[in-house]
Design a protein around this ligand. Structure first.
Ligand SMILES: *Cc1c(COP(=O)(O)O)cnc(C)c1O
Length: 363
């Protein structure tokens, strides 16, 4: 999603005039206020990307070095890396078949005396089993974090997704629906966190002579803030357009045996970021990879999010996946899930091209 180029030129003019390029300039402050309002959460702090926001989320509570953080392998590599970069150990557990989020029963199975936190991912905007995870984290005295990179603007029974757990990190990368080219945000439910995060985002600097924490450089610059200010008002229309596309996908793919459509969760508003389908090869007659290849041959770029999964990557190879099943469900689903093109640029001709691949079984 890109704003009108003339609007961006006009804002660049303002930046040139002010000569404030970064370090929480006026546009950064304005965007942060608007996002705090949009996400309806006491503390909402902008970051230069979602990964650094996640890194700082885990840094907030001084978790013991080497302690274990339970997470899902069905996510972007940054989720696991943020744990590792904090000197902590990712422990991977299975996902639920319906929402593909952390399986709470598997989480309990993975808890040891060294566990310090749980990091859930609202993958594809599917909301984690928040209540169950909150219960577990209370019972075992663990911190609870969420990677909300896919869940911008999601509400659960009217409550903002950003307000759950100890902290939530969002990504405003160019590939996400709302973007600041690169960018991110850290949200917490405690107003007093704002000052701590403010320092952590800027090397721990409190004033010209005091450094109060081991901070990092997580600052977003004024050009990126300008893009964010121009993109934010465009979000609703993009979401409406995608919701229309989703409706058509649902109607056209609904009767296909072996194709499972994304879940609709009670009381949850959609982030409209992804349209993940699950292909059961035995019933459908060909595999997810066959579909992916055939779409690609026609210049249609679906994505195998998330395949490979984190435990397939070199740094995490050999890490077990805790599960309450004989075979972790995530090892099956990683070969079956496919995110179809999902944005306002997909017109009816594109749509019929995409759909025709599903009905042409001679792949
Ligand atoms: C995009 C993404 C991130 C990383 O965000 P960046 O802004 O690119 O650093 C983290 N987790 C998930 C699940 C993502 O999709």
């Amino acid at each position: 999603m890109l704003p009108d180029l003339n609007d961006f030129h006009r804002m660049l003019g303002d930046i040139w005039q002010s000569k404030a390029l970064t370090n929480c300039g006026p546009l950064h402050q304005q965007l942060e206020r608007e996002l705090q309002c949009y996400l309806d959460v006491p503390t909402a702090m902008l970051f230069n990307n979602g990964t650094i926001a996640l890194l700082v989320a885990l840094k907030l509570f001084d978790l013991p070095i080497g302690s274990e953080v339970i997470t899902t392998p069905l996510t972007f590599a940054a989720t696991a890396h943020a744990i590792t970069w904090n000197g902590l150990k990712p422990v991977f557990v299975d996902v639920l078949p319906h929402t593909l989020t952390l399986d709470p029963a598997a989480v309990v199975k993975a808890i040891t005396p060294r566990t310090s936190a749980i990091l859930g991912v609202h993958v594809y905007g599917n909301v984690c089993e928040i209540e169950a995870l909150e219960c577990i984290s209370k019972q075992y005295n663990l911190r609870l974090f969420f990677d909300a990179a896919h869940a911008f603007g999601v509400t659960v029974n009217g409550r903002s997704i950003a307000s759950y757990g100890d902290a939530s990190a969002f990504s405003f990368h160019a590939t996400k629906l709302f973007n600041t080219l690169e960018g991110g945000l850290l949200a917490t439910n405690r107003p007093e966190d704002a000052e701590i995060i403010y320092h952590l985002r800027n090397f721990g600097i409190k004033n010209e002579e005091e450094v109060v924490s081991v901070g990092i450089n997580g600052k977003l610059n004024e050009m990126q803030a300008a893009i964010g200010l121009l993109n934010l008002p465009l979000v609703e229309e993009e979401k409406r357009s995608r919701a229309g596309l989703k409706q058509k996908y649902r109607e056209l793919l609904n009767d296909l045996p072996g194709i499972q459509l994304p879940p609709e969760q009670q009381g949850v508003t959609s982030s409209e970021q992804y349209f993940p389908i699950v292909v059961d090869p035995a019933t459908f007659g060909c595999t997810r990879d066959d579909l992916y290849d055939e779409l690609k041959a026609r210049q249609i770029f679906a994505r195998k999010y998330f395949h490979p999964i984190c435990t397939d990557f070199d740094p995490y190879k050999g890490f077990p996946i805790y599960s309450v099943r004989d075979t972790p469900f995530v090892d099956i689903i990683k070969n079956r899930v496919l995110c179809l093109p999902y944005h306002s640029g997909v017109d009816d001709t594109d749509l019929s091209d995409i759909i025709s691949v599903f009905y042409n079984k001679n792949i």
